[in-house]
Design a protein around this ligand. Structure first.
Ligand SMILES: [Zn+2]
Length: 302
């Protein structure tokens, strides 16, 4: 029997959600964050620490996952940028008290640079890490951001430290979140802050929808809860001291795409609705109370 992927736990794992015999190949999976793939991977749970992860977290080499992100070209995301800006502005307002002109900031997974463009004018310096070459170039060319097209491990070798590290919807994509948190702690200044967003598997909505929860997707490798995140952070000398709900602003078009995936039987209705041009400009506030902002600080070492 396989054991928990967290080497500090090594509890027994069992299959939690099985979607029957899936014959899809990891290499065929689209890793764009706006992908329309509906295939769900098998989900495992550690009986000891309750951490959940996908079959791909157990059997795909890390470099394969990183290569997947290198080649991403996400045109749907680019066409949705005005809606993303609205969401990131609302997110920035919520966490703005953590930034000021003395702070050096690193965003891990800066993607197309939308959030970086909002953060940069308010801080001493902004840098982004992004594996997608297309995303990095877009952020450099359109927003004049400093983006490093490299992994956290490569970046940590430069021995640069930051006051604030931000990750929006990134931690669930990491092939090795244990190593990532260890490295993040190393490149965070003594009074540094880590602010990140992800979905909570212990939220009511995730529990009610269970195996059909819409964030169970092939490119999400780890499925955290407030509890597993707190434990994982503590193991890496980081303390989560605040958790806030994070409602999203999406376009009506994006919502129709998601609904089409969740309710394939009613596909024809969503297809017709998508043809109505005026609906594309409408923003919808979505709050299922399953998405959170986590604030963690470095624990003082005595
Ligand atoms: Zn475990």
């Amino acid at each position: 029997m396989k054991t928990c992927l967290n080497k500090k736990c090594l509890g027994n794992i069992k299959l939690l959600y099985d979607y029957g015999e899936s014959n899809y190949n990891f290499n065929d999976i689209n890793f764009d964050c706006t992908t329309n793939s509906y295939l769900k991977p098998k989900i495992y749970i550690c009986e000891k620490c309750k951490l959940k992860f996908s079959e791909f977290a157990t059997n795909i080499p890390k470099s394969n996952v990183e290569n997947k992100y290198n080649i991403i070209v996400d045109d749907i995301y680019i066409s949705e940028i005005s809606h993303k800006e609205k969401y990131f502005l609302s997110l920035y307002k919520k966490i703005s008290h953590c930034f000021d002109k003395r702070k050096t900031v690193l965003e891990i997974g800066s993607y197309y640079g939308v959030f970086g463009n909002i953060i940069k004018p308010n801080v001493k310096s902004y840098s982004g890490l992004e594996l997608s070459a297309h995303g990095s170039d877009y952020a450099k060319n359109n927003y004049e951001l400093e983006i490093f097209n490299e992994t956290i491990k490569e970046h940590a070798k430069k021995n640069v430290k930051y006051d604030v590290i931000v990750m929006t919807d990134v931690i669930e994509h990491f092939p090795d979140p244990f190593e990532a948190l260890e490295l993040i702690e190393k490149i965070l200044n003594t009074d540094g802050l880590l602010i990140f967003t992800t979905f909570n598997m212990d939220s009511l909505y995730a529990k009610i929808t269970g195996r059909n929860y819409h964030w169970i997707l092939p490119f999400h490798l780890f499925y955290f809860s407030n509890k597993t995140l707190k434990k994982l952070c503590l193991e890496n000398n980081l303390e989560i001291f605040k958790i806030k709900n994070d409602p999203r602003i999406v376009s009506f078009f994006y919502l129709l795409n998601k609904l089409e995936l969740i309710f394939p039987k009613f596909k024809f209705i969503f297809k017709i609705a998508k043809k109505i041009k005026i609906l594309h400009h409408i923003n919808i506030n979505v709050n299922l109370f399953d998405l959170n902002i986590y604030y963690a600080k470095k624990k003082p070492k005595f």
